[in-house]
Design a protein around this ligand. Structure first.
Ligand SMILES: [Zn+2]
Length: 581
C-alpha cells in the first residue's frame, strides 16, 4: 500500500474525532515505521531510487511537485523563524509591528541566520503573539493546504517561546498576555511570587527595575529573574495554543484532519510543549558527528517519541552535516540510518542536507545515493519486519519532564549507560506545568524493572502512582542498582561493540543488531565474525523456536539454528535482523 493510501485510511479511521480536536493520547501514527522520508523535494527518479513514501519538509505544492511526488504523502513546510523575507514582502510598510522586542524594545536577530539579509534588513525574530505575524503565518498555512499538501510541517514550532534563551519577548502583546496568565494563579501563588496587583503588573518594567538594582548582581541575565520560570510556562503554553489554532485552521480549510509535523528535536528541552497538536516529529537531532563514532544519543529522542506515542523522523544537526561534508564520512551516516530504523523510528534520507557552522554559515551536503539508497530500499523490501513491532522493554525509566529540562545531560548519561550494556529501555514520561502527560499505572506495572532516579520533580498524582508501584519492588534509584536487578532479554558476545535492539509483536520478535565498530579511516565498520546472541525467548514471546532468519541489507536471508536459546551470526556488517516467529 502506498503511503498516500495509508494516509487516507488513517484519516478515515480518525474521522470520529472532532476535526478540531487535538491529537488524542491514543496512538495515531502518521508515519509507518517503514516509511522512507525525504526532508526536501527531489526529482522523480531520486524518490524512486530511495523508495520514498513521505516528503516531510516540502515547499508549497505545485503541479510539477505533485507529479514528481505522485504516490508520496507531501507535507508543506511553514517556518515561524526562517521566512522573514516573505513576511517582509507581505507587509513591507508595517512589518515592524510583528517583530520580537528585547527588554529595551529593540528587535532581535535570529542567531543562526545572522548571515541572512533581505533588502539590507537582518532576519529579525518575529513574535507569534503579534496579530500581523499571526496573519502572515495563518495565510501561509491556508495557502499550503489549499495548494494540496497532505500535511503541514512547522519549522521552529515554538515561535517566540523558542527564543526565550535570548531574553525575549517583551513586545506589548507578550507583556499584556502575561497578566492574563497571572490571573489564573491562586492568591497564595501570587503572594509567593511577590505580585500584589496583577492589573497593574508590567513584567517589562519589573525586569528593568530588577536589572537596575543590586538584586541582579553579580549576574544580570534576564533569564535569571525570579519570575522567569512563570514567564516560561506562559510563553510555552501560548506557543502550544498557537499551534493548536493553526492546526484547527488547516482542518477547517481542508475540511478534514490535516496531519501536523514539527521540527521538534526532542533532545532539546521544552520541545514537547505542543506535542498534543502534533502527529509526528520530523526534527534535527544531534548525532555528535565530530566524535567520529556511533552514538546512542539519538535513541533518547526516539524513546521519548515512543513515550508520547508519536513517530519521529530524524535528521542530524546543521553542525553534524557540516562535519560529514568536510570530512566526507557517509559511512558514519549509514550507522545513523540503521539506528533509527532499529529503534522503530526513521532517519530522513540524507539526499540534500542543511549544513551550518558559525564560520561558514549555511551550506549544503548532497549525500552519495549509492551509499544511502540501498539501506532505504532494504527497509521498503522488508517493511513487514518494521511496521507492527514495538520496542521490548528490559527497564522502564521514569522521566519527570521537569527534571529533563533542568539537566538533559543527566538523562542522556543514564540512557547511554543502559544502551551501552544492551539493556533495552523505555521512557515513562511524567509531565509538568507545560507538558500534559500523566504517567500510566498500567505502563508502570508492565515494566519488570523500573529505574526511578528522580521522584521529587514528578507532579503529585504521578508521584503517588510511582510510590504505589515502588511498594511492589523491582525499583531502583541508580543505574548500578538497576543493572543488578535486570535480566536482559538479549546478551551479545562479539569481538567488538554491538548494539541489540529487540522489537516484538504477538507471536514474533525481531532483534536488530548494529555493528558499532566504525573505523573513520575506511569510513566503514569492521565486519564481526561469529557473533553470539543469547535470547530470552519466552520474554520476547517466541518460546521454543528452533530456527530464526537472518535478514541483512546486502544479501539474501538465511536460516540459522537456535540452540540453547543461542544463535551464532556468521558475519555482522553494519546491520542485520534476527527474525523469530
Ligand atoms: Zn512578543
Amino acid at each position: 500500500m502506498n503511503s498516500r493510501a495509508y494516509l487516507q485510511i488513517l484519516l478515515t479511521f480518525t474521522c470520529w474525532l472532532a476535526v478540531i480536536a487535538p491529537v488524542p493520547a491514543a496512538e495515531i501514527r502518521a508515519l509507518k515505521r517503514s516509511a522512507v522520508i525525504f526532508m526536501y523535494e527531489a526529482d522523480r527518479q531520486t524518490y524512486l531510487d530511495y523508495g520514498a513514501t513521505v516528503l516531510a519538509w516540502g515547499g508549497m505544492p505545485t503541479p510539477q511537485s505533485h507529479t514528481a511526488a505522485a504516490g508520496i504523502s507531501a507535507f508543506g513546510s511553514v517556518g515561524m523563524v526562517t521566512e522573514f523575507d516573505q513576511y517582509y514582502e507581505r507587509f513591507p510598510q508595517t512589518y515592524e509591528q510583528g517583530l520580537c522586542r528585547d527588554i529595551d524594545g529593540r528587535p532581535v536577530k535570529v542567531p543562526w541566520l545572522t548571515d541572512h539579509q533581505h533588502k539590507g534588513i537582518p532576519y529579525w525574530w518575529c513574535c507569534t503573539s503579534q496579530p500581523l505575524f499571526r496573519q502572515y503565518l495563518s495565510e501561509r498555512v491556508t495557502e499550503t493546504v489549499r495548494a494540496g499538501a497532505d500535511g503541514v510541517h512547522i519549522d521552529d514550532h515554538m515561535g517566540t517561546a523558542g527564543g526565550l534563551w535570548l531574553g525575549i519577548c517583551f513586545c506589548g502583546r507578550c507583556v499584556d498576555g502575561f497578566r492574563d496568565y497571572l490571573r489564573t494563579l491562586s492568591t497564595e501563588d501570587l503572594q509567593r511570587l511577590g505580585i500584589e496587583r496583577v492589573d497593574e503588573f508590567n513584567y517589562r518594567d519589573e525586569v528593568k527595575r530588577w536589572l537596575s538594582t543590586g538584586e541582579a548582581r553579580p549576574r544580570r541575565q534576564i533569564t535569571q529573574h525570579p519570575l522567569w520560570p512563570q514567564w516560561t510556562i506562559y510563553q510555552c503554553r501560548a506557543a502550544a495554543k498557537w499551534m493548536q489554532e493553526l492546526r484547527e485552521l488547516a482542518a477547517r480549510t481542508a475540511g478534514r484532519t490535516v496531519p501536523f509535523g514539527a521540527n521538534a528535536g526532542l533532545l532539546w528541552p521544552r520541545h514537547l510543549s505542543d506535542y498534543r497538536t502534533l502527529d509526528l516529529f520530523s526534527a534535527e537531532t544531534d548525532h555528535h558527528a565530530a566524535g567520529r563514532k556511533p552514538t546512542d544519543l539519538p535513541l533518547v529522542a526516539y524513546r521519548m517519541a515512543d513515550a508520547v506515542q508519536r513517530p519521529y523522523a530524524a535528521t542530524a544537526s546543521g553542525g553534524d552535516w557540516a562535519f560529514i561534508k568536510e570530512k566526507n564520512l557517509p559511512g558514519l551516516v549509514r550507522g545513523w540510518i540503521a539506528l533509527s530504523y532499529a529503534a522503530g523510528q526513521c532517519f530522513m534520507t540524507p539526499h540534500r542536507q542543511w549544513c551550518y557552522t558559525p564560520e561558514k554559515g549555511t551550506h549544503w551536503y548532497d549525500g552519495p545515493k549509492k551509499k544511502f539508497a540501498p539501506l532505504y530500499q532494504f527497509v521498503r523490501r522488508y517493511a513487514d519486519l518494521f511496521d507492527e513491532y514495538q520496542a521490548y522493554t528490559d527497564v522502564g525509566i521514569v522521566l519527570p519532564y521537569r527534571a529533563f529540562v533542568k539537566d538533559p545531560q543527566r538523562w542522556f548519561d543514564i540512557c547511554s549507560q543502559l544502551a551501552a550494556r544492551n539493556i533495552s529501555y523505555q521512557l515513562l514520561l511524567g509531565g509538568d506545568e507545560i507538558v500534559d502527560h500523566p504517567l500510566s499505572a498500567n505502563a508502570l506495572e508492565a515494566c519488570r524493572v523500573l529505574l526511578i532516579p528522580n521522584r521529587e520533580d514528578l507532579l503529585l498524582a504521578d508521584r503517588q502512582l510511582v510510590e504505589q508501584r515502588a511498594a511492589k519492588g523491582a525499583c531502583s534509584a541508580t543505574v548500578l542498582d538497576a543493572l543488578a536487578q535486570v535480566e536482559p532479554s538479549v546478551r551479545i558476545e562479539a569481538e567488538g561493540q554491538v548494539r541489540a535492539l529487540p522489537r516484538v509483536k504477538p507471536g514474533s520478535a525481531v532483534i536488530h543488531l548494529l555493528n558499532y565498530g566504525y573505523d573513520p579511516a575506511s569510513d566503514d565498520v569492521r565486519p564481526l565474525r561469529s557473533v553470539r546472541v543469547q535470547v530470552d525467548l519466552p520474554a520476547l514471546g517466541v518460546a521454543g523456536v528452533k530456527t530464526c532468519r537472518w535478514v541483512i541489507p546486502d544479501a539474501d536471508p538465511i536460516d540459522l539454528p537456535v540452540k540453547n536459546s543461542t544463535v551464532i551470526v556468521p558475519t555482522l556488517n553494519l546491520w542485520g535482523l534476527l527474525v523469530f516467529k
